[in-house]
Design a protein around this ligand. Structure first.
Ligand code: BES
Ligand code: ZN
Length: 628
């Protein structure tokens, strides 16, 4: 098929996508919009449930609308009431549909009786969550770094519906307040401002988020938490035994925030705090507004992994301020953020550091494109995704991150940096607190390109980036020179011309170790692997990124003596990038698949529900599952 025709087809597809609604939500935002949510929940650490009510303030957008549809998953709905001006409630009929394995259960609330012209209505929904709620992970004291239990929520992508009835689409933004009741010795934190309440009893906490955010960014964590300030607007929360190390690791936080504002415009969320989580936290970082949740694996002791912090901070602009309208537009969140992450790394720690992350990320991009193709899903390597009928988490690949990053790198090169920086700031201002899709971004970009002084970028080049698969023909050259010395040393060692003692590792930063290990082919012999592991004490401990790259090499070369370390590592962390990456590597061979299933059987209880799903998909443990 000639390329121009293929592009035409893709454009037709893109226009359809604009008109279509979010395929991962039952909400009908063109009929009703939930504008505000007031949560009143009690956390029960014995039954692993949240119980209480959510009061939704709902705006009727379409005067003909009579039924409000909300997203839920595994919620027990006790009652739905309409609240009048005096605070009196009146029961409303409601209906919960059968559970869809991906989307959950549609909740329909009958508002037919309420007719009138009331633009705003208040509904109170009494409910409780399931102990298996897909958003919530309940940790026993043994899974924390102290004697207390811990719980947290993870909303992205479509898990908010498992802990509150809501319009769980990133296209819909709400403000929220919350009252959270915990056991008296524990502390609750949320992606919101803390409201001090002189009358609060121990274990009672209040919050308020004044800026409108998508449901997936409503977040809660409860544990034995302490706070340390790191500056006027920034600080860190974590369990007491982790506090000193965390405060030291993230001492650059004030500088990071300043660098962010310089590049991206004003920080519009007031405070920026970090919450350092227990090891089973499902991600390296999650950009919950005002309070990023961060894996303790980022606390490496040498500040070498702070790119995660810079990444989550950048989401305060791309993702939280300007949000992907559906998970098919995920690159608008992650590609932008990865681009901004690299820019901030460059301004804070120098070009070399940014180039290292780019070079490492590029290799993962190439692998992700190959994986998509091998899985028979080549279209998954497009920036514009179509995940209709699939779990949107399947879109969480390095394609959105690194191909998105290079699309913006391509634009930067064409605009020139100063003009592109101006474009970025205008983009954030123009779309602040708005959710947009890929087609809207495209139109905005094309309009900007039509204005005087703009660079000439052919539309087909832009569309090849947005809708084409694989690497586009205008892919910029990736700076890889930063690793020349490492690559040379690795080749010399492999060829037997350089003894392991003479490898120039003394000054290597973790990224150089990662490159060294990632660059090793699958056919090293056991003696070579034994030499590396013994000499450099490679195993399951130490810097988590180095451990992952070592263990990926162990998997690729089927190095049996290190399988115990592999198992220990997979049992000790629950972080997506570390865990899912290694299981994906294991799933590439029959014996690996078997080993992966064996380890997973033990590790499963320590993983968040979303990680379980992803791993089970890879290990083909789900009925009708395809590797992806
Ligand atoms: N928003 C993501 C995490 C996420 C993605 C959660 C998709 C659920 C669904 C977060 O910003 C992220 O990208 N985290 C990365 C770190 C980053 C430096 C690449 C991670 O967890 O490793
Ligand atoms: Zn991200």
């Amino acid at each position: 098929m000639p390329r121009s025709f293929a592009l035409l087809l893709m454009l037709a597809f893109a226009n359809l996508a604009t008109a279509a609604h979010d395929p991962h939500s039952y909400a009908e935002p063109d009929r009703y919009l939930v504008r505000h949510v007031a949560l009143d929940l009690r956390a029960d650490f014995t039954t692993h449930r949240l119980e209480g009510n959510a009061e939704l303030t709902v705006e009727r957008v379409d005067p003909a609308a009579r039924e409000l549809r909300l997203d839920t998953r595994d919620l027990e709905i006790h009652s739905v009431q309409l609240i009048d001006e005096t605070g009196q409630g009146r029961d409303l009929p409601f209906h919960l549909d059968a559970r869809d394995p991906v989307l959950g259960s549609r909740l329909t609330i009958d508002l037919a009786q309420e007719g009138g012209n009331n633009a705003l209505q208040r509904l109170r929904i009494e409910y409780r969550t399931s102990s298996e709620a897909s958003a919530l992970q309940w940790l026993e004291p043994a899974q924390t770094s102290g004697p207390h239990p811990f719980m947290y929520s993870q909303g992205q992508a479509i898990n908010a519906r498992s802990w509150m009835p809501i319009q769980d689409s990133p296209a819909v933004r709400v403000r929220y307040t919350a009252r959270i009741c915990t056991p008296p010795e524990l502390v609750a934190v949320m992606s919101a401002a803390r409201v001090t309440d002189a009358d609060a009893t121990p274990g009672e906490y209040r919050f308020e988020m004044q800026q409108p955010i998508p449901a997936y960014l409503i977040a809660l964590a409860i544990g034995d938490l302490k706070f340390q300030s790191l500056g006027d607007r920034v600080g860190v929360w974590t369990e007491p035994s982790r506090l000193a190390a965390a405060a030291n690791e993230f001492a650059d936080l004030p500088r990071m925030l300043e660098a962010g504002e310089k590049l991206m415009g004003p920080y519009r969320w007031d405070r920026y705090d970090l919450l350092i989580m227990p090891h089973s936290f499902a991600f390296g970082g999650m950009e919950n507004p005002r309070l990023s949740f961060i894996s303790p694996s980022v606390v490496a002791g040498d500040r070498s992994l702070v790119s995660v912090i810079v990444h989550e901070l950048s989401h305060s602009w791309s993702g939280n301020l300007v949000t992907n309208a559906s998970w098919n537009d995920f690159w608008l969140n992650e590609g932008f953020t990865t681009y901004l992450e690299r820019r901030l790394l460059e301004s804070l720690y120098g070009e070399r550091r940014a180039h290292m992350e780019d070079a490492i990320g590029y290799e993962y991009l190439v692998q992700a494109i190959a994986d998509a193709k091998a899985a028979g899903l080549p279209r998954d390597s497009s920036l514009q995704l179509d995940l209709t009928g699939r779990n949107p988490d399947e879109g969480t690949t390095d394609i959105a991150y690194e191909k998105g990053r290079w699309f913006l790198g391509f634009l930067e090169a064409r605009f020139g940096r100063p003009a592109f920086d101006a474009f970025l700031r205008e983009y954030f201002d123009a779309h602040a607190f708005v959710s947009i899709d890929t087609a809207t971004f495209r139109e905005y970009l094309l309009a900007r390109l039509a204005s005087p002084g703009a660079p000439a970028i052919p539309t087909v080049e832009i569309d090849e980036w947005l809708y084409g698969v694989g690497l586009p023909s205008t892919m910029p050259a990736i700076p890889h020179g930063v690793f020349d010395a490492v690559d040379r040393a690795a080749a010399e060692w492999r060829a037997g011309r350089l003894a392991v003692n003479d490898l120039p590792v003394r000054d290597w930063v973790p990224q150089e170790w990662v490159r060294f290990l990632d660059g090793q082919p699958a056919d090293l012999d056991d003696a070579q692997l034994a030499e590396l592991s013994a000499h450099f004490k490679l195993g399951a401990d130490g810097n988590a990124e180095i451990a992952r790259s070592w263990l990926a090499l162990v998997v690729r070369s089927a190095y049996v003596p290190a399988y115990a370390d592999l198992e220990r590592f997979l049992l000790s962390t629950g972080r997506h990038k570390l865990v899912v990456g290694l299981y994906r590597d294991l799933a590439r061979s029959e014996t690996g698949l078997e080993l992966g299933r064996m380890i997973y059987a033990k590790a499963r209880p320590g993983y968040h529900a979303t990680i379980r799903q992803a791993v089970e998909r890879l290990l083909l443990l789900q009925s009708g599952a395809a590797a992806g």
